[in-house]
Structures are given as C-alpha cells and as structure tokens.
Design a protein around this ligand. Structure first.
Ligand code: GKR
Ligand code: MG
Length: 418
C-alpha cells in the first residue's frame, strides 16, 4: 500500500502557565500532525513536535516518501536517514535530554512510523496493538502529572486550576485531577522551588493520598549532594526519583546512595546512552517516549533491552494531543515490561484535533482502542482551528525561558541550581 500524498499541519493549543526548570509554559503548545494519504483513500495519522527545527527536518524528507510502501518500515528509515545525513537538531520542544544524529533520525522516523502503522491497521482492519504483537493489557495506567504553576498567563484571567505554588494548592490540584481522571499514582514536576519546599509538597501528597505511588522530577535541577539528601528525606515515600541531577555520572553517584530507583528521560535518551548508563547503574527506570526513541517498535526494543538489565520501564510525555495519546496507549499495551503508570500532559489541555469519544480515562487508565489502526479519527474543523491558532500565536519553538523573563526579569534556567 503506497503513500500517495503527505499533509503536514503545524498546530497550536492553549497550555496553562506550568513551571519547570526552564521557566514557564507559553500560552500555546505546538505540535505537528501528519496525514499519510495512501491507496484506496486510507489515511495514516501521526503526531509529534511542532517546533520549526523539527518541522524543517520533516519537510525535507516528505518528497522522498511519496510512493513508499507503508509496510516497508526499514526502507522508510533508510530513506529518512539518507535525507537527513549528519543532521542534528537541538531540543526546542522541551527537556528531553541531549541530541545526536541518531536521535534526530529516530525522532523524524517515529512520526512516519506511527502514521504507517495507523495506515497498515486500517488496511488490515486491525488495531495497532495487534501489529505490535498483541495486547498485554486491556487498559493502560497513567499517572496524575502535577505542575507548580502561575494562576494566569500574562494579561489573561486566572485559569480554572488557579495558582499552585504551595503544598496545600498542590494537594488541591491533585485532588481535582484524581477526581476527574481516577489516577492511582502522582508525579510532580519539580526543580522550581527550593528543594525543602518541594519535599514538603511530596510529604503533603503522601499524607493526603496514603498509599498512592509518588514521583518527583526536578529535570536535573539539583546538585549531586542535594539529590542524595532529597533521596534520603523521601526514602519510603517515593516510588522513583526522576532525573534528580544532570548526566549519567551524577545520576550514578546519587543512585549509589538512594534506596529508591532513579528514573530518567534526560540522561538515557537514545540507544547510545544505554551501555554507559546501565554499566554504571545510573538508573533503575527508563522513561520511554516513542516520539524520540524511534517509534513504537523501537520502544519495544528499548523495553527488551531494559528488561535484560533489570531496568524498569515507564513512559515520558510532553504536551500532546490525542493522536500521540493513542500511540502511547497502543505501544504501552503491547509492551509487557512497561509496568509503571505512564506520564501524560492530557489534563492540562482543553482542545484536541481528534473527534471526541475514542479515548477516555477511567480509573486513571485508557482502554486500548479496538478499532483499526490507532483507533482515532481527525476532526478536520478542529485541525483547521488548531492550525489557525498556530499561525496566529506566532510561536515557532518552545521557549519557557524567555517567557519566564517576562514574569521575573532576572530569571535564569535551573541547571542544578541547588
Ligand atoms: O512539560 O514542562 C514540561 C515538562 O517538564 C517536560 O518538558 C518534560 O520533558 O515532562 C517531561 C519530563 O518528564 O521531564
Ligand atoms: Mg522527566
């Protein structure tokens, strides 16, 4: 089944002012949506980053992929690698670690791999999970993903979540999210306030939600000694401690002193990182992310590799829409070793580009769609609106730092500040 045409649509959707080590989320998050129009009118969908650096690479490969057979994934990868050559794009979409040529190719390939798998599923009348080997679970668990946040964007009214800057408001946001979605574990984005304040936030959650697994992720915002201290103070409280400090060596030093596993989506972000990180026992959990690990099948390869080394698997997220959520659900369902509840930014958005109804959170989990392909349909009007928002907002990359400086003029990103 051949690709006849490829439509790439950059989109933007409203995003609250969520805080992290780089600053604060801008009013819109960007994504790129691809439609592979194939023989017999079959359309395969894919979703990934929407920053210009990424879209430019995708635009370069598009002409080479027309006429390609969607069942020939190795050929697809070869064509993309040939066009991109030695290209390396740097992260303009948010805190996913270092970049390399391998990761660049894997990221561009992933967008098309997912769309090809969607098209294959439509052609065969089978859900993507079946093309990945079949379901290990009927529904995929997700974690509540809490952020400290400002109450409003610059010049805007307070949003429905309000300001979250204290342990009390953090617990309030967790309660709202858990009431709405039924999540059974909680992740907190840290690295924003002094570590003691963030420790107090975790303790408040532990008290308010006894028994719920908790995680904190300061995106490498702490020095090794601080990370070791936090690990000691939160011993017995955290399920895992995510990216407490920069780099594989630093993580290994913390891991040697911490009782809970360390997790990462920053120091193990490509197959090249596995050998040094696993040899040094720097991490106990890798957060997979098909968007930059080379698609759904390479996520499964990562899983097998991690399993062989006794390393657990969870899943990372960036701000995303429904096509990505569907892909996350299919691959997680087809990956038995992925036993931790996955991250998702889903609760923070208010619009989408897919028709409602195919993905729903029940008890913190999303049932694996059983319709052909990814099991989601584009809503053409919603896509058009999201594209208009993209054009209107004028953002071409994610830049939390510059936006933060409009709130706090002297702001500097937290690269292990504490
Ligand atoms: O959305 O601000 C954010 C997150 O900090 C995101 O950029 C990270 O990549 O969620 C991610 C993480 O787990 O590090
Ligand atoms: Mg992380």
């Amino acid at each position: 089944m051949k690709i006849q045409d490829i439509v790439l649509t950059p989109v933007a959707f409203a995003d609250p002012p969520l805080l992290n080590v780089m600053g604060v989320h801008e009013p819109f998050a960007l994504r790129g949506v691809v439609q592979l129009v194939c023989d017999d009118g079959v359309v395969g969908l894919g979703e990934s980053y929407g920053d210009l650096a990424f879209l430019d690479q995708v635009r370069q490969v598009i002409p080479e992929l027309k006429g390609h057979d969607v069942f020939d994934l190795p050929g697809l990868q070869r064509k993309i690698a040939a066009v991109l050559g030695k290209a390396v794009f740097s992260d303009q979409h948010g805190l996913t670690g270092g970049f390399s040529n391998r990761k660049t190719i894997a990221t561009v390939y992933s967008l098309f791999e997912v769309a090809c798998l969607d098209a294959q599923g439509h052609f065969l009348g089978r859900p993507v999970v079946d093309l990945l080997g079949g379901k290990s679970r009927d529904a995929v668990d997700f974690s509540a993903y809490l952020f400290y946040k400002y109450g409003a964007h610059l010049g805007a009214e307070e949003d429905a979540w309000g300001e979250v800057t204290t342990p009390e408001t953090l617990v309030g946001a967790a309660r709202t999210m858990i009431d709405r979605y039924g999540f059974k574990s909680i992740k907190v984005k840290g690295g924003v306030f002094e570590p003691d304040q963030e420790i107090a936030g975790i303790r408040a959650l532990a008290e308010a939600f006894p028994g719920l697994p908790l995680r904190i992720d300061p995106n490498a915002g702490w020095k090794v000694d601080t990370a070791i201290r936090v690990a000691r103070e939160l011993d017995g409280v955290l399920e895992y401690l995510e990216d407490p400090t920069p780099g594989i060596e630093g993580m290994a030093q913390v891991a040697a002193q911490a009782n809970m596993p360390l997790a990462t989506n920053m120091c193990v972000v490509s197959f090249d990182d596995i050998e040094p990180a696993f040899r040094q026992r720097a991490v106990g959990v890798v957060l997979s992310d098909h968007h930059f690990w080379g698609g759904l099948r390479d996520t499964q390869a990562l899983s097998k590799t991690a399993e062989c080394f006794g390393v657990g698997l969870s899943m990372h997220s960036n701000s995303h829409l429904g096509i990505s959520l569907a892909a996350m659900v299919h691959v997680a369902a087809a990956t038995p070793h992925l036993t931790y509840a996955c991250d998702t930014h889903w609760p923070w958005k208010t619009t989408d580009v897919i028709a409602p109804g195919s993905l729903a959170f029940v008890d913190g989990a999303v049932a694996v769609p059983d319709k052909p392909g990814l099991g989601v349909e584009l809503d053409p009007d919603a896509l058009a609106r999201a594209h208009e928002d993209y054009v209107r907002c004028g953002q071409t990359k994610r830049d939390d730092v510059t936006y933060m400086r409009r709130f706090v003029g002297s702001f500097e990103p937290n690269t292990a500040r504490w």
